[in-house]
Design a protein around this ligand. Structure first.
Ligand code: FES
Length: 175
């Protein structure tokens, strides 16, 4: 404040407040406009939504065979387990497992395992092999059993089981 002609004035303070308000308002509007394309690009495109489920015919999958399909851009194993593999997986002592889960918790139909084929260590795709009737990750040696459970190596958790339903005895809808 200054004294001018014995009057107390508030030099430019109202004007400054007004300019601050206008600047803030334009800044906020600019931020919203700048963010719009990014937010819009995050919405899933129609073709991505359409692929959010995948229907798989497993009638051609003989006992002992497995196949890899793609769901939402990720590989998924479907393994038709042998009677011996089913029996072996059922009798594993879950208390010794790093990520304790019974086989029953991981399958809907004991004949088939459905699991996302992405190693839970650093994301490599495991291959058939290892010592547990399942898969071996070639990157750092993790081994998963015929239930997709981590049995050896650095992976911290079991292979993820995706959401799926049986549409009939030989058709699975994943997603
Ligand atoms: S990514 Fe599979 S063991 Fe490291």
């Amino acid at each position: 404040m200054t004294k001018k002609n014995n009057k107390v004035t508030k030099p430019d303070s109202d004007r400054r407040d007004f300019l601050t308000d206008v600047t803030v308002a334009f800044g906020a509007a600019g931020a919203v406009c700048a963010a719009y394309p990014f937010v819009k690009s995050m919405s899933p495109a129609a073709n991505v939504k359409a692929q959010s489920t995948t229907t798989v015919d497993i009638s051609d999958l003989d006992e002992g065979m497995s196949k890899t399909i793609v769901w939402r851009g990720k590989p998924v194993f479907i393994k038709h387990r042998t009677k011996q593999e089913i029996a072996e997986m059922a009798k594993v002592d879950v208390s010794v497992l790093r990520d304790p889960q019974t086989d029953k918790e991981r399958v809907q139909n004991e004949k088939y395992l459905v699991a996302i084929a992405v190693c839970t260590h650093l994301g490599c795709v495991p291959i058939d092999g290892g010592n547990y009737e399942g898969w071996l990750c070639p990157c750092h040696g993790s081994q998963f059993d015929a239930s997709g459970r981590i049995r050896k190596g650095p992976a911290p958790t079991n292979l993820e089981v995706p959401p799926y339903v049986y549409l009939d005895d030989t058709t699975i809808k994943i997603g």
